[in-house]
Design a protein around this ligand. Structure first.
Ligand code: PLP
Length: 351
């Protein structure tokens, strides 16, 4: 075999949820997108964006300043990237450089082990308990850093700020990253802890709660020291990651707080109603504070429901992985979409 092949980096990539070609009547509950359109500010802003000939502002200052003021931080405490996947990848590269393993749960966002492998970061995955909760004591050993989502994905389980603080207190020598992709659906952000812990990084995204998965905006918030380190790595890699429209639109939608509250409120109330309906059908699940429900059925196999639903143009997410291969992750869509899903399931489990 030619020797050049030895020098090719071998990685097993992350598998994103399926993005089927648009067909009529398709109900897409498989990638946690928001069923409602983004703020009308997006259209407005889109018409105003000019200056395509020039490179965008590498610091994305308008967006950084808007986010800082929205969250009550200084502008040197915010780092923006092309979706939180970009931000998280940069954070892995920037902060996880120890010989000691980084720690994250066995059941969690399946990009973490991919980045660790890509960047050759040693890691240990700590098992969630039988109720899919993170066990604090597992994170009180020597480590090279800690990351988990809150609420966790794909379980939807939320852990309180006291829990986050317990982890921070036990780990003054490690950087702790809380991935808050789903925090706007009922949880409390760890942002207030930034004042006390300079080793905390909080990551959020526009993809779920702000209905802007297509625009690719994510951001990290932390101490000026951590944010500078992130920027140094970013500028050593690609200075112009944020394009002009993203910067302008990302800043503009933050002004539309009423719309944001309305949309996230609708999803939360659909979720709470959907929980009750699913219980009646024999499904069980841990409580979710996200825009999805992670369910298992008392008799019918998750994989069978997944496949039958897909044949009926309803997409949900199924993971053929240890411990969760009899579960489905179902994104909360509109009431209408969830009713269609429930009707399908009612018929299917009768068979
Ligand atoms: C969706 C998701 C992300 C990535 O979202 P972006 O679209 O890249 O911002 C990150 N972490 C978790 C846990 C997610 O579910």
């Amino acid at each position: 075999m030619a020797g050049f092949r030895d020098n090719i980096r071998k990685v097993v990539p992350y598998t994103p949820g399926e993005q089927p070609k648009r067909v009529d009547n398709l109900i897409k509950l498989n990638t946690n997108e928001n069923p409602y359109p983004p703020s009308p500010k997006v259209e407005e802003m889109m018409k105003q964006v000019t200056g395509w000939r020039l490179y965008p502002d590498p610091a994305a200052s308008k967006l950084v300043e808007a986010l800082a003021s929205y969250h009550g931080l200084n502008k040197d405490q915010v780092f923006v990237g092309v979706g939180s996947d970009d931000v998280l990848a940069m954070a892995f590269m920037t902060f996880f450089n120890s010989d000691k393993p980084i720690l994250f749960p066995d059941i969690t966002y399946s990009f973490y082990d991919v980045w660790a492998d890509l960047f050759r970061i040693p890691y240990v995955q700590k098992p969630l308990d039988e109720n899919f909760r993170i066990v604090a004591d597992d994170y009180k050993c020597e480590n090279g850093g800690i990351i988990f989502p809150n609420p966790n994905a794909p379980t939807g389980v939320y852990q309180s700020l006291d829990f986050i603080e317990e982890i921070l207190q036990a780990n003054p020598d490690a950087i702790v990253i809380i991935d808050e992709a789903y925090i706007d659906f009922g949880g409390q952000s760890a942002l207030p802890l930034l004042e006390k812990y300079e080793n905390l990084l909080v990551v959020q995204t526009y993809s779920k709660s702000r209905s802007l998965a297509g625009i690719r905006i994510g951001y990290a918030m932390g101490s000026a020291e951590l944010i500078k380190a992130l920027n140094d790595v970013k500028y050593s890699f690609n200075s112009y990651t944020m394009n002009q429209p993203s910067i302008a639109i990302g800043a503009a939608v933050l002004e539309d707080e009423d719309y944001f509250k309305e949309v996230t409120g609708k999803i939360v109330s659909t979720r709470e109603w959907f929980k009750e309906e699913m219980k009646k059908l024999g499904f069980s699940f841990e409580d979710s504070k996200s825009n999805f429900l992670f369910v298992t059925h008392e008799t019918v196999k998750a994989k069978d429901i997944f496949e039958a639903a897909k044949a009926n143009q309803i997409y949900v997410r199924y993971f053929a992985k240890p411990r969760i291969d009899n579960y489905l992750r179902i994104t909360i869509g509109t009431d209408e979409e969830m009713k269609t899903f429930l009707n399908f399931v009612k018929e299917f489990i009768k068979m």
